[in-house]
Design a protein around this ligand. Structure first.
Ligand code: ADP
Ligand code: MG
Length: 440
């Protein structure tokens, strides 16, 4: 009763939440309380809202410090902490601390010039979700830390607030929509799905590119969910491999929405940042890879942090077994990942193919004489990359573009060379295209 008086709880809250609770035991200054009714949501609610109340009231009354533990009455035979947490997670899919990768936090994210802005924007969103930076759209090439940063936002919010965070890959979202459409005989399955998504405070959607262009019903469903959440001031964070302007099949209304929010990119890390990332990563292992090998890895793997870490891990695993590691051994071990400086021969047709894939435009359009804005930039990038990555002469590139004279090629090349230093979006697009070429 002390609690009711002390905290001035209304009669209703008291009757619903507190009255049914049963005292179980007190051991080592831990008071265990049972929540009857077998309802994990109720358990969760009571935990979130009343743990502090109980702790303070009991500690005050008994003049000693106590912690309070709630357990479902039905689970009480085995009430280790683990069992309590497990039942929580299983029964509360939308509370997602469990679906967030436990490895990705702000603390172990290395900040460099390539991701500085993205990092500070993500931190701001984590501190003040649902305010001005909404929706937040993070884009960049594969393995550059998009999922890491987005997950870090989720962890930060779950650790500091009671807001409900939901992390989904767009694959999961898509499958859920398809599943509910399949169950259409049962119309409530779609509404359950809607409920699930609309009852959250923060929605993190990873790799939205997989959602786009996979059937309009999932895009429409996403659009509706998205609008409801944004209108209600809920935070949305999205990652993608491309800037919204370059996602060809994206619904125009969605594109506008994204463009009106906050868009940040992550570019490939510079050498110093790659070394710093490896040093941070090394903290996870007992064996320390010698500096000259770290240097070799950082020097040769330039645009994918996942690969960078993979190479380190491989060397580390061998080092742990063998005891010592030489650069020669490491080179041999990594020869499949790091091919001697210029790997497969890059040709103009591979460049063309990659640009067409990246911008979603036909190869023929790139080499045509069309002058529309969406084609001119990719064509200039083609000129630039042909000069940078192949031995084709200016005349040769001009011929590929069916031009008699090579001055346009020179102009295109010069323009991109200059702009790449001041335009991060362009720089990143070019890195992404180079990455696509690497996969051929
Ligand atoms: P993406 O989602 O952009 O493809 P991830 O977020 O999955 O990339 O990152 C790939 C791997 O690289 C992860 O293990 C991640 O922790 C690591 N990583 C990427 N960027 C950084 C960084 N700046 N600092 C520390 N680790 C990073
Ligand atoms: Mg990812």
């Amino acid at each position: 009763m002390a609690i009711k008086d002390e905290y001035d709880l209304t009669g209703i809250a008291f009757n619903i939440w507190l009255k049914p609770l049963k005292y179980l035991k007190c051991e080592n200054n831990v008071v265990s309380i049972l929540v009857p009714g077998g309802n994990p949501e109720m358990l969760n609610y009571v935990k979130i809202n009343y743990t502090n109340f109980f702790q303070e009231a009991i500690s005050q009354a008994l003049q000693s410090s106590f912690t309070v533990e709630f357990t479902l009455e039905e689970d009480n035979n085995d009430k280790t902490d683990d069992a309590v947490n497990r039942s929580d997670d299983e029964n509360n899919e939308s509370n997602t601390a469990s679906s967030l990768n436990p490895k990705y936090h702000f603390e172990n994210f290395v900040v460099g010039s390539n991701n500085k802005l993205a990092h500070s924007v993500c931190l701001k969103v984590a501190e003040t979700p649902g305010t001005e930076l909404n929706p937040l759209f993070i884009h960049g090439g594969s393995g550059l830390g998009k999922t890491h940063l987005m997950t870090a936002i989720g962890h930060y919010i779950t650790e500091h607030t009671n807001l409900k965070v939901l992390f989904v890959t767009s694959e999961t979202f898509l499958n859920e929509v398809i599943e509910s459409i399949r169950n259409n005989a049962n119309a409530s399955s779609m509404s359950r799905l809607r409920e699930k998504y609309r009852n959250i405070d923060v929605l993190l959607i990873d790799d939205i590119q997989f959602l786009i262009g996979r059937g309009s019903s999932s895009q429409v469903e996403f659009f509706n969910t998205f609008n409801t959440l944004v209108q209600n001031g809920k935070q949305i964070v999205i990652t993608s491999d491309k800037h919204p302007k370059h996602i060809k099949e994206l619904d125009e209304r969605m594109r506008t929405r994204f463009l009106n929010g906050m868009i940040v990119d992550i570019a490939p890390p510079a050498y110093e940042t790659r070394v710093a990332i490896l040093r941070k990563y090394a903290e996870n292992f007992d064996y320390k890879v010698p500096d000259n090998i770290v240097d070799y890895i950082a020097n040769h793997i330039r645009s994918d942090v996942r690969e960078l870490e993979g190479a380190y891990k491989k060397v580390c695993a061998f080092g742990e077994i063998e005891g010592d590691m030489t650069l020669e051994k490491a080179k041999d071990m990594l020869k499949e990942i790091i091919s001697p400086d210029n790997p497969s021969v890059v040709t103009s047709s591979l460049i063309l193919k990659a640009i067409s894939e990246y911008y979603n435009i036909d190869e023929d359009d790139i080499t045509s004489k069309k002058r529309n804005a969406e084609i001119v930039l990719p064509r200039q990038i083609f000129m630039y990359l042909c000069r940078e990555m192949t031995d084709t002469t200016l005349q040769g590139v001009a011929a590929l573009l069916d031009k008699k004279d090579h001055s346009t090629v020179l102009h295109g090349y010069n323009k991109i060379s200059k702009e790449i230093n001041i335009n991060t979006e362009l720089k990143e697009s070019i890195e992404a295209i180079k990455n696509i070429i690497k996969t051929y």
